[in-house]
Design a protein. Structure first.
Length: 765
């Protein structure tokens, strides 16, 4: 069954309860398969059956539960940072409202507190008769509180009305009910006073105004902090070049990056950003790819080499053919992957979601019970009223809703900055649980291509040259013979020998004869000499005595190298060893993985002798040898059957089943697209140390999430009883609703800023 995924921006969400209401509303739409709503990103990711659901259906479902979809046009992969613009608009709006709130609330608070202090300290209200003795003093408080209540707090009242109408009360409902109770009770006291009816000696205008202003302060700080959680996306978007110089109709013109087409020939000068992905067709240069791969050293590029959009050309000028443009470029794909990861949910969030679904109705019920209980037990309407408002205000599901997604946003963004692409919040969470890690040898621990490691000519061999005495076969001459013989070979080992000789600057001869001996080696005639290169069996079949070279070959095999014998004119002339060499950082990465407490395994198709040699070189104690491609997933299952949480690291097509079988699949970014599609984490640079980064980042992110959830739960578990008056029998103290508002605002800001500490994460070198 085909499944389509769309991402919708959602406005009006303020807390975890909002998230649950939007999710439930969208899930109720026929044809919707799965929904994930993220409070931090203010987006809903919807999986649906194509044709069965329209965007209009989804928008209507969101509106039916009291929220809005501000813009359903465009694609999430576009490089236009519309989200950043919306966040900036939100921040400016919150700042504007906060300023107005402060302008009216500050004098209101000072006047109200001054009157209360004088009343408590001196026991009379006419100390300053020109002000506090004025009978209409409370009307001044009313005049100052009203703009705050209805203008600054308008979003809360509007949100509360929508949520109550949809029978899905949220945090706005708690704020609106609490502040309206304080405000309208005070208004009733004033009106009753006009008719000589005394209901209460105190009004609560300052409580309503201060509560709204403090919460608005928290929302402003939260908006600023939330904007910083998506900095990784912003920084990635800034990397994109704005224009490109392309050849059109025989002329070179400069066009906007959006107008570049596949097949265009693009010119790049020194110091410029490469506009899109492509392949060099003229010229050469060195390219700084650090913003994509994390590698600090420039990479040499020449004809036929791939170049990546947004990387920086350092030295030479070149032309390349555009192969991927727009949303198909590597940068766009990275941005899309990071966006998807930041919008996803981690399993650890499940408990918070379950509590949020019933949180607000329970809080309202607790507030009503508190009010009635204080009326019955305490007999004081004032105390009952203060506690009722305090309970409503202090309860904050907002912190619960932000605890997980803000940490996921920062964590996945930090991973992208370090060349580690994490596909989802679930992958980020799973990585910290890993107990065993399997490393595919070829392309993961090793370079993935053979290279010459040892050249050993026989010291007793002399070769007859024309018109000269027989000459001793030194290393260069021996290598020249062997490489010339392999010059026409298509075998990877033969090509490695030829490349080694060419890198050494040796001039190679064209063999006059050449033939492959299937499974054993090659025969060739070089400079009139018969050359035979291959394994020991080929030498024995050709009745060539190996003398002491056999022992040397055995020693090289113990080191994980493939030794090939060479004979010239029917006599053993030496041997040459080839191996898939380790990547420079493999041993350091393995050491770091073991320090994280992981069991590390090598997976290879090599024989046990070679597997053991490689394992020893990198410091690994366990290995799976002679594993066929179709058996790799079975080895993962073996460890899982032993209750291990397994991570699999690989780079080839034949690694894909094992990557999918593992609890967490990690693909080397220099490998195949199939492997990367099957993996939850991709290392862009191919550096194995990225595995260490991914696991260490996962551990730190989960620690942050657990800290956030603890604070959010602890805050409510402790705060609600205190607001209800639990400390009054012991200390005679009641929680002022204004203090409750400050605590509520602080809880959300604390959770977001605690998540932002992940930005200080440093890669272990």
């Amino acid at each position: 069954m085909a499944v389509k995924q769309v991402t919708l921006p959602i406005s009006g969400m303020t807390c975890a309860s909002c998230v649950m209401h939007v999710e439930n509303g969208l899930r109720a739409v026929p044809g919707v398969l799965n929904v994930a709503v993220n409070l931090a990103t203010e987006r809903a990711t919807v999986e649906m059956i194509p044709g069965a659901v329209t965007l209009a259906d989804l928008k209507r479902a969101v509106e039916d539960v009291g929220y809005e979809v501000p813009d359903i046009g465009g694609e999430a992969t576009q490089l236009v940072d519309r989200e950043r613009e919306l966040r900036e608009e939100e921040r400016q709006r919150e700042w504007s409202d906060l300023l107005i709130g402060i302008i009216f609330t500050a004098p209101l608070f000072v006047l109200a507190m001054a009157r209360d202090i004088l009343h408590i300290g001196l026991g009379r209200m006419d100390v300053l008769p020109w002000l506090f003795g004025w009978k209409q003093f409370d009307w001044l408080l009313f005049a100052l509180a009203t703009p705050v209540q209805f203008y600054v707090g308008r979003a809360y009242h509007r949100g509360a009305w929508k949520s109550l109408r949809a029978r899905a009360p949220n945090m706005d409902a708690l704020i609106s009910i609490g502040t309206n109770a304080a405000y309208w009770f005070s208004v009733i006291v004033l009106i009753a006073g006009l008719f000589g009816v005394k209901i209460d000696s105190h009004v609560y205008f300052e409580s309503a105004a201060v509560i709204i202003t403090l919460i608005k302060l928290g929302k402003y700080l939260e908006a600023r902090a939330k904007g910083q959680t998506s900095e990784a996306i912003k920084n990635l978007m800034k990397l994109q070049a704005k224009t490109a110089r392309v050849e059109r109709a025989g002329q070179e013109i400069e066009i906007a990056i959006e107008q570049v087409r596949v097949g265009d020939i693009v010119s790049v000068r020194p110091g410029e950003k490469i506009p899109v992905d492509g392949v060099i067709v003229a010229g050469s240069s060195s390219v700084d790819e650090s913003m994509i791969t994390g590698e600090s050293l420039p990479v040499e590029k020449t004809l036929g080499d791939a170049v990546i959009g947004a990387t920086i050309n350092k030295m030479g000028a070149f032309k390349f053919e555009a192969r991927k443009v727009g949303k198909e470029t590597a940068l766009a794909q990275i941005i899309k992957l990071v966006e998807d990861a930041q919008g996803s949910k981690a399993p650890i969030q499940r408990l918070a979601d379950q509590i949020s679904a019933i949180f607000v109705p329970i809080v309202i019920a607790i507030a009503l019970v508190t009010f009635v209980a204080w009326l019955i037990v305490g007999g004081s309407f004032s105390n009952a009223f203060v506690n009722f408002v305090a309970v409503l205000i202090i309860a904050c599901p907002c912190a619960l809703g932000l605890a997980t997604p803000t940490a996921i946003m920062v964590g996945t963004g930090k991973g992208a900055e370090n060349g580690v692409l994490i596909r989802s919040g679930g992958a980020l969470e799973t990585a910290h649980k890993v107990t065993a890690i399997i490393l595919d040898k070829t392309g993961t621990l090793t370079q993935g291509a053979p290279s010459v490691t040892d050249v050993v000519p026989s010291s007793r061999f002399k070769v007859q040259s024309s018109n000269l005495e027989p000459e001793t076969l030194n290393l260069e001459r021996f290598l020249q013979f062997v490489a010339s013989a392999e010059k026409n070979s298509e075998h990877p080992l033969g090509q490695a020998i030829v490349k080694h000789a060419q890198d050494a600057g040796l001039a190679l001869s064209e063999p006059s004869e050449f033939g492959a001996v299937a499974g054993h080696g090659v025969r060739a005639r070089v400079e009139g000499h018969q050359v035979l290169i291959g394994n020991a069996k080929l030498m024995r079949d050709s009745q060539i005595a190996l003398d002491d070279l056999d022992a040397r070959a055995s020693h090289l095999a113990d080191e994980g190298k493939t030794a090939m014998f060479a004979a010239i004119d029917g006599r053993a002339a030496g041997l040459i060893a080839v191996a898939d060499t380790l990547k420079p950082n493999s041993r350091a990465a393995v050491t770091a993985l073991k320090e994280l407490g992981l069991q590390v395994y090598i997976l290879t198709g090599d024989n046990p002798r070679t597997a053991a040699a490689i394992a020893k070189q990198v410091g690994i104690d366990h290995y799976f040898a002679e594993v066929l491609p179709g058996q790799k997933a079975d080895k993962v299952k073996e460890l899982q059957a032993q209750n291990e949480i397994v991570a699999m690291v690989g780079d080839g097509i034949n690694d894909a089943p094992a990557l999918a079988q593992a609890n967490i699949g990690i693909a080397i970014g220099t490998g195949t697209d199939v492997a990367m599609q099957a993996a939850e984490i991709t290392l862009i640079s191919g550096d194995l140390r990225g595995v260490v980064t991914a696991i260490a980042l996962s551990k730190q992110t989960i620690r942050t999430i657990k800290g956030n959830l603890f604070w959010a739960f602890f805050y409510n578990v402790l705060g609600i009883p205190i607001a209800a008056g639990a400390l009054y029998p012991f200390f005679g103290w009641l929680l002022n609703p204004m203090i409750a508002a400050g605590a509520m605002a602080f809880s959300s800001v604390f959770v977001v800023t605690n998540s932002l500490r992940l930005r200080e994460f440093r890669v272990q070198s």
